[in-house]
Design a binder for this molecule. Structure first.
Ligand SMILES: [Zn+2]
Length: 181
């Protein structure tokens, strides 16, 4: 049997959906994501190096408070999930054989705030985009939402994305030598 993963073209062209998750703090993974730096409001240097540069994964994972963090308690094997049934974060053996927490906790209210704000922001985006798409479908005039303009502008700079500083330095040092000759 082939899986039908296509939406009807009308639906695809006119409807933008927000992610189908229950928890926008962790996207139902149990680990709070920080792609929008929401965690840095509470822990300014979280996943950042000494110079403040983002360095994802350098700090311990922040375990969510939603049910995704608990796994399925109906299962016989209760080792699933990042928290035990009491809400404590589970531990694992470190390479030195000592128990090590799977992650850390942030207060529930903070995680709830991240969830609520992200959800609201997705809903706003969906509303804007769906309005724009409907205007396009009807042939009406529309204004591109500002954040799409921002992304478009960012994409024009994408050409620089693959010019690594080291390569630039090598090329520059080589041309310096040539000039010296
Ligand atoms: Zn969650």
């Amino acid at each position: 049997m082939t899986v039908n993963y296509r939406r009807t073209s009308l639906d695809r062209d006119t409807t933008f959906y927000i992610p189908k998750v229950e928890c926008f703090a962790c996207n139902d993974s149990g680990i709070v994501t920080n792609g929008d730096n929401a965690i840095n409001r509470f822990i300014p240097d979280y996943d950042r190096d000494r110079n403040g540069k983002i360095n994802g994964g350098q700090d311990l994972a922040i375990i969510c408070h939603c049910k995704a963090a608990y796994g399925n308690s109906d299962e016989e094997n209760e080792s699933h999930g990042y928290r035990d049934s009491l809400g404590n974060i589970r531990t694992t053996d470190s390479i030195r054989g000592e128990p090590q927490a799977l992650g850390i906790s942030l207060e529930k209210e903070k995680i709830r705030l991240i969830h609520t704000e992200r959800k609201a922001s997705w809903e706003k985006t969906a509303k804007d985009i769906n309005e724009t798409r409907q205007k396009i479908a009807k042939g009406e005039k529309y204004e591109t939402p500002y954040y799409i303009q921002v992304v478009k502008e960012e994409l024009t700079k994408v050409g620089d994305m693959f010019s690594f500083p080291t390569e630039k330095a090598i090329v520059e040092s080589m041309s310096d030598k040539q000039e010296g000759l």
